[in-house]
Design a protein around this ligand. Structure first.
Ligand code: GLN
Length: 511
């Protein structure tokens, strides 16, 4: 096995730290060096937090040396999507309107990461306010897919997925409103998990659509996601939608899955999430994965969820409606950017208009206009009201399906990573990326994407596992079983097959 600390899983690094084989300073420095070497090409990070990360690492090493009892992930570095607020560290949500804003507080999940003493490497790039599927809507430039630098890393959390795929971080945090953890996971060959709605606190997440948003892990292995999910998950009194029950035993479920036993597990293939519109190589890898699950003892059946066909339409009314309301607070008075009108009187209203005009990008403006329209008095019932009814029907589809099976599965995304610019001028084509991930957000159920191999174009394909609300452990078991079986077949992790990245001389950034 390689000595390169950046190639190791978080679980492996944690074990080596615990055994005293390596120090957190070594591990953290190795990742900062990797960021300095490859992030010029990848552009996964908007902010690198080198000094503070190394200070945390030194502190962990001192505490370990003194025999202090530490969290299992103490000293393992992590990257955080820039939509999550971090005290003393710039937070932009990928938008000009927040440029220069440094939050005065930490999100609950960041508090938990800091309390467990994971060095925070920095903040990752994203589509502006998490709106998009390619990270091309970031105000701060594209993040590139480590598998092919001319292609998108998915979105909105392309930065977190690319950082993990490029071995710049072993762990990262993403957020998923319609697929922004899972779809980037699929197209970068990484693991991404959207927990049950309310499973990870939303306190300190810059809200896009509050009834859909959920933070979760971005990693290279299913076990690493379980470790991180258990760390950041669990009740938070500061989030009124936070689940009170304990998080299920996810690490245990992942370990059990990795033994390869799926006897008695009923797997439902969602009929509506396959066939037309799915790239041939995506469908082929999906079918092979089903065979693998069957080989491990799972019973695979087809299940119909008829209202999933309307999920995308309902999402693109509910999400912009909530976003138009959530984004009203960016008015040039409270946070970041403030622009005064070029001529005429400087009234509050005119400053707000000038600030929002200059600070928001086109996609954000498009959704604010759409959401405001859908919520307006004369149209509310026709648009927002109908979408909410569809949402209920989708929840009922899930409930009926989970009477018959333990988990539901589908390809995570209809295609592999596309080229920059390919879908930028066609919002509908961009929105279609999330056709398979959106139903889970509308119903609040958990979802995971696991690498399923490479399509004919040599690019990664994701396999999605969905479970009932509060039964996140089921997808960890199935995901780990699939991962272990496929890696045995491939002779190692999928990411070992990614091309080497161009590196730049180490300078400045981390030293
Ligand atoms: N791509 C979807 C959108 O643009 C989902 C985004 C997300 O999950 N944050 O809305």
């Amino acid at each position: 096995m390689t000595d390169d600390l950046t190639r190791r899983s978080a679980a492996d690094l944690a074990a080596r730290l615990d055994a005293g084989d390596v120090s957190s300073v070594d591990v953290t420095q190795a990742h900062l060096d990797r960021i300095a070497a490859v992030d010029g090409a990848v552009n996964a990070f908007l902010h690198v937090n080198a000094d503070d990360a190394l200070a945390t690492a030194r502190d962990v090493d001192a505490r370990r040396a003194a025999g202090e009892e530490l969290h299992p992930l103490a000293g393992v570095p992590i990257a955080v999507k820039d939509v999550v607020v971090t005290r003393g560290m710039p937070t932009t949500a990928g938008s000009r309107i927040l440029e220069g804003w440094v939050p005065p507080y930490d999100a609950t999940l960041v508090e938990r990461i800091r309390a467990a003493r994971l060095p925070i490497l920095g903040k990752t790039n994203m589509d502006e306010f998490a709106m998009g599927s390619s990270t091309e809507h970031s105000a701060f430039g594209n993040t590139r897919n480590p598998w092919d630098l001319d292609r998108i890393p998915g979105g909105s959390g392309g930065g977190s997925a690319a950082a993990v795929a490029a071995f710049e971080a072993p762990l990262a945090i993403g957020t998923d409103t319609g697929g922004s953890i899972r779809q980037p996971g699929a197209v970068t060959g990484t693991v991404g998990v959207k927990p049950t709605y309310g499973g990870v606190s939303r306190y300190g997440l810059i809200a896009m659509a509050s009834s859909l948003d959920q933070a979760g892990p971005v990693t290279r292995t299913v076990l690493d996601s379980a470790l991180l999910h258990e760390l950041v998950g669990g009740h938070d009194p500061r989030d009124s939608t936070s689940i009170r029950e304990k998080v299920p035993a996810l690490v245990e479920a992942a370990r059990r899955g990795a033994t390869g036993d799926l006897q008695g597990v009923r797997v439902g293939v969602v009929k509506e999430l396959s066939g037309e519109g799915y790239q041939a190589g995506v469908s082929a890898r999906f079918a092979e994965s089903l065979d693998v699950l069957q080989g491990l003892g799972a019973e695979v059946v087809e299940v119909s969820c008829p209202h999933f066909d309307y999920a995308l339409g309902a999402y693109y009314l509910i999400m912009p409606s909530e976003a138009s309301s959530n984004l009203a607070k960016f008015d040039g008075m409270r946070f970041g950017l403030r622009v005064e009108p070029e001529d005429g009187p400087v009234t509050a209203e005119r400053v707000m208009a000038a600030t929002r005009g200059a600070g928001f990008g086109d996609e954000v403006k498009r959704r604010i206009i759409l959401g405001t329209y859908a919520l307006s008095a004369g149209y509310y019932d026709a648009y927002y009201g109908s979408a909410q009814k569809v949402r209920t029907l989708i929840q009922r589809d899930f409930a009926a399906a989970f009477e018959q099976v333990d988990v539901l599965v589908s390809p995570t995304a209809p295609t592999t990573a596309f080229r920059f610019g390919e879908k930028l001028d066609d919002p509908l084509a961009m929105y279609l990326n999330d056709v398979a991930t959106i139903p889970a957000n509308l119903a609040g159920v958990p979802g995971m994407s696991v690498p399923a191999g490479l399509s004919d174009d040599g690019l990664p394909v994701g396999f999605q596992v969905l479970a009932p609300a509060k039964a996140d452990d089921r997808m960890y078991r199935v995901g780990a079983a699939l991962e272990t079986a496929l890696e045995t077949r491939w002779g190692g992790p999928l990411l070992d097959r990614a091309p080497a990245l161009p590196t730049t001389e180490l300078e400045g950034m981390s030293r």
